[in-house]
Design a protein around this ligand. Structure first.
Ligand SMILES: [Mn+2]
Length: 275
């Protein structure tokens, strides 16, 4: 797995990267989470013959609570529609935040084709199932509930810790509660959750006559083999701003996108070593 950043990426004179296929997911357009400026920059500098939108593209859950639709969210939609009208075949694979679009399987909206799941064949003949990934995931639902409880519990503990510390300081005693240990426990849980999810989706699809899966959903980009099965996750455009690209020889690559002004603040070494 390699991360690159934009100034290294340009592979033609027009300042545009040209790939066979681009896979992106979890854009969460319509929520405050969406990193619209980075996403727009990515769409502007990367072209492909095919573009897969791998779910949680428009966040109808967030929109049903509070409408958040700034101008650049429109620009994103327009940009994708323009790509679809011109040289890019755009396929929309809905996720759980845009699950109402699943009712329109095989429909075509302004040159964008909706497919609830689809097998993509790479240039080197690998058959990969493209699917958002929530439908295979019972663990995530369980963990989401736990996670919510966990974060509330964490806030509560922080508050308790603050009060206890204040009281102990007042009484002249050292505090013994280790917040660091609690945070470590949380992080370990997250790592366990990711590996459980990966294993669960691979177990489900292993005997389906496929070479691998390309999914999103857990906001953790990855390309790796699990039990001889290719597991690819597109990541997201809310935190990590990642995409999976297929080169013309069928090689898949994980890309982490940074805007020009962000690149100036980060040394290339830091980007290369980011998890
Ligand atoms: Mn999702």
């Amino acid at each position: 797995m390699t991360y690159q950043y934009w100034s290294y990426l340009y592979n033609n004179k027009m300042g545009m990267n040209v790939y066979k296929t681009i896979f992106i997911s979890d854009l969460h357009i319509g929520s405050t989470q969406c990193q619209a400026d980075v996403l727009l920059d990515f769409l502007k500098h990367n072209e492909s013959e095919m573009l897969y939108l791998v779910g949680d593209i428009i966040d109808f859950w967030a929109l049903s609570k509070k409408v958040h639709w700034p101008k650049d969210h429109n620009t994103i939609i327009q940009k994708v529609l323009r790509k679809a009208r011109h040289d890019t075949k755009v396929i929309y694979v809905p996720g759980n935040h845009d699950e109402n679009i699943r009712d329109y399987n095989e429909y075509i909206f302004g040159d964008i084709v909706v497919k609830n799941s689809v097998v993509h064949t790479t240039a080197n003949g690998k058959r990969l199932l493209v699917v958002h990934g929530d439908e295979y995931d019972t663990i995530a639902k369980y963990h989401q509930w736990i996670a919510k409880l966990g974060s509330k519990g964490y806030d509560f503990l922080l508050e308790v810790n603050r009060l206890v510390r204040g009281l102990r300081r007042f009484l002249g005693i050292q505090s013994s509660f280790s917040l660091a240990a609690f945070i470590k426990f949380k992080v370990k849980n997250a790592v366990q959750f990711i590996s459980d999810y990966e294993q669960s989706i691979v177990n489900t699809l292993h005997d389906e006559g496929l070479d691998g899966v390309i999914c999103g959903h857990i906001h953790h980009a990855e390309i790796k083999e699990i039990d001889g099965f290719l597991y690819v996750n597109t990541g997201d455009f809310v935190e990590s701003c990642t995409a999976i690209v297929e080169h013309h020889d069928g090689r898949l690559e994980l890309i982490r996108w940074l805007k020009r002004d962000q690149v100036a603040d980060i040394s290339p070494g830091m980007v290369a070593s980011s998890p």
